[in-house]
Ligand binder design. Structure first.
Ligand code: SF4
Length: 347
């Protein structure tokens, strides 16, 4: 069973930059303030009481943890040490910027029991990074990844397709470069325009056009397929909906959707179902089977996958049903001439 995450958002703290898209407070839904020791202990106790017997993971999200003064890092991580030693907290994770990672910073985290580091890479393309005001290049991300892996961390990489100057080709190339360094997992957040950021100004003056929702789904579908082929899990696709983000006027434009990941999964299922239907006799009656929990991905939002398939292949789709003997990535077509199957991982 996965540990329960005890999250602390240290939005923008420690960060020496202001990327053009960044308003960490709105994105995380949390006000900028460092938790003091008592606040950390109280929250861990609260989670321990609400999830008895479950393992806990303490996560310091947002900001650039390793850019905080060393004494602050030690204070935050130090507060968790008794729980780590006692086994209540079984893991610790932080997120940071690539150029705030070197051997000394990694060694401090290691000494304090941090197991996972998430790197805000966003893109590996130097032009995209420059336009986003990141203040570092792709080479810094490569070095940070290599250093953290050498020190034995689980390393997560965050990417933001759709930044100014980005193209599908650049996003794909960024991911391929990241995959060469074999991160442990990925988070992919298509760029949205948050009020109050420099990106919002560019957008307002017509100097930035965010990806449309359909475009972002298409880009992320390609990225997800590549990551799957490389065996690297994508643990999040699209920003987590929060009350703050969903407040009118906070997201000005861009491909924000509360179920963005499902839109992408559904589009991959559509591709696979279409490939299974190639050569189907017009007018024939067919059905699909997939693992439990996959039906909505196959059917699509408002049944759009079934509608598009029926129109394109002129078939009648009689049923989509669950089959607990199938692996999560397999789709089976039941047609008049028997069954065919294909894996989502093949696409
Ligand atoms: S590095 Fe992260 S916290 Fe700092 S400005 Fe950029 S996105 Fe925001």
């Amino acid at each position: 069973m996965r540990p329960v995450v005890v999250p602390f958002f240290i939005s923008h703290l420690g960060c020496p930059h202001r990327c053009i898209f960044c308003d960490q407070e709105k994105i995380s839904g949390s006000r900028t303030a460092l938790p003091d020791t008592q606040a950390i202990l109280d929250k861990i106790e609260e989670f321990r009481a609400s999830a008895p017997g479950r393992q806990l993971e303490v996560a310091f999200y947002g900001g650039s943890f390793t850019a905080l003064p060393e004494e602050v890092q030690l204070k935050l991580l130090g507060a968790v040490q008794p729980y780590l030693a006692g086994g209540t907290v079984t893991s610790l994770r932080i997120s940071t910027r690539p150029d705030a990672v070197d051997h000394a910073a990694g060694s401090l985290l290691k000494r304090m029991g941090v197991g996972t580091v998430e790197l805000g890479v966003q893109s590996m393309n130097d032009e995209v990074l420059r336009l986003a005001g990141r203040g570092h290049g792709g080479r810094d991300s490569e070095q940070a990844l290599a250093t953290l892996k050498e020190l034995g961390f689980r390393v997560g990489v965050q990417l933001m397709p759709g930044l100014p100057g980005d193209t599908l080709e650049r996003s794909v190339a960024s991911l391929k470069r990241v995959l060469q360094d074999k991160p442990s997992f990925l988070r992919i957040y298509p760029t949205v325009v948050v009020a109050g950021t420099e990106l919002a100004e560019l957008y307002r003056h017509g100097r930035y056009r965010p990806l449309a929702l359909g475009e972002a789904v298409t880009w992320c579908k390609e990225l997800l397929k590549l990551a799957r082929q490389a065996g690297v899990p994508v643990v999040r696709l699209g920003l987590q909906p929060t009350e703050e983000l969903e407040t009118p006027g906070v997201i000005l434009a861009g491909p924000f959707h509360p179920a963005f990941g499902q839109l992408v999964e559904s589009e991959i299922c559509f591709e696979v179902m279409a490939s299974l239907l190639e050569g189907a006799t017009p007018g024939s009656e067919v059905g699909f089977r997939a693992a439990p929990g996959r039906t909505s991905d196959l059917v699509g939002q408002r049944r759009c996958n079934l509608r598009r398939l029926a129109e394109r292949f002129e078939v009648r789709i009689l049923k989509v049903r669950e089959d607990d003997t199938l692996g999560r990535d397999v789709i089976v077509l039941e047609g008049p001439h028997g069954e065919r199957f294909r894996s989502l991982a093949d696409r």
